[in-house]
Structure formats: C-alpha cells, structure tokens
Design a protein around this ligand. Sequence first.
Ligand SMILES: [Zn+2]
Ligand SMILES: [Zn+2]
Length: 249
Amino acid sequence: MYLEFLGTAGYHPSETRHTSCVFLPEVAPGHSFVLDAGSGFFRLVGRSLPDHLHIFLSHPHLDHVMGLTFLLDVLHFHPSQVTIYGDANTIKAIRQTLFGSPLFPLEFDYKVVETRHYHPFAVAGIEIETHPLTHPGGSNAYRFRWPDGKTLCYVTDTIGDGQYHHFISGAPDLLIHERNFPDELADLASSSGHCTTKHLVAAAHASRARQIVATHFNPLTATDPLLEDDVYGQIPGIIGASDCLKIEF
Ligand SMILES: [Zn+2]
Ligand SMILES: [Zn+2]
C-alpha cells in the first residue's frame, strides 16, 4: 500500500507546499481515498483514478476543503463516482458556503456521508472510525483498518491535548500527524489550535506507530521544519512530509 502527499502546508500554500491533501491511489480494487482537499487537491487532475473516489474531510477550514472546487477538472479527465465524508458541521459548510452563491455558485451534487464519532463504518472492506479533536470549530481524527489488520491513523488540526491518544494507540502501521509550529511558537500554536513539537512527541510515544510522518507545516518555514527542535533526534525514524512524497506502509 502506498500514499502520496499532494499538499503539506497548513493555512496557505507556499512556493514549495500546497495545503493539506493525501492521496491513496488504490486502497482496494477500484477505490481511491483522499484525506482532506486543500489546494494540493488540484494535483489529482494529473493522476489516474479508479471508479470510486472517497474523500475524507477532517474539518471545514479552507486549507482542507478549498480543493473540492477543483473537482470539475479532476472528474473531467477521470470520471469517478465521488463520495465525500465529514461530520455534519463540515458537510453543511461545504454545501451552504463553499458551494454557495456568490462564492462558488455551482450545484453540489456529490454523494455525502455524515460521520459520527464512535460509529465505525466500512468502505470497500476497510473499517473507518473518527474521533473528535480540539481545534477552533472542531476537527476529526480518522483511523482506517484494512481486513489484514493494516492500520493508518490521520490526525490534523488539533492543539494536541492528548484526549485522542488512546484512539491512535496500539502501534498502527502509519501515523500521519500535524506539527504546524516549533516549540518556540507555542503561543501561536495555542491561539490557532495547532501542535508544536512537544505535542507531536507525546503523540508518537502514545501511539508507538511503526512509521510516523509529520505534515501540515507552517508555510513560512523556509527549511526542513523537522530540523527545528531536532525532531529527528526526538522521534527516531520520523519522516517530514513534502509535496509529492510517496510513502509505503
Ligand atoms: Zn489546517
Ligand atoms: Zn483548521
């Protein structure tokens, strides 16, 4: 199984990073998953897609949903059956605001599935569950479990308060976790509802994930964000996501 990071910045794109989007081209025969639809979602235009495209949204902030407005081009080149998953708040914001007049006055006629915490559901044989995250307006962590036990946890946009640590525990095969700011910007992290290195390290220990990839970086960081606070030294083996990076898990 592999996935590709199509966008790895929080807030706004930079010269080298688009905003949050992760693409899993083939989670099961005929099915692709996309985790969040930030500006990096445009890169799907150049990717081949199967019959079914499932888009899982953590929350409705623009750096996670604006790419949905690019679906026309994505589907023009590869017509797929689209299903969008998110909590009631997220689905409502997309329907009424993002795709509303005068902002983007096109009909929103995609299939949607409203997720509810502690109500697992299955897509193409993969079990999926969500957990609430503390973030302005709320966000959702996702856990995906394949029939053979392979597990992926996706955690983005949270203050990293630890109330979700049990949800990502049990040594998942891959943990994707945000780390928007270094520790020295803790005040900014707290006011904007994001993690610093300290929170990422705590989540890594709680999870004991076999592989950890940090993403959702401050777009103003010019160099490798994980050089800040010596994250590589604190979490051996961690990978810092970059746009178009492919990961096997
Ligand atoms: Zn974000
Ligand atoms: Zn957010």
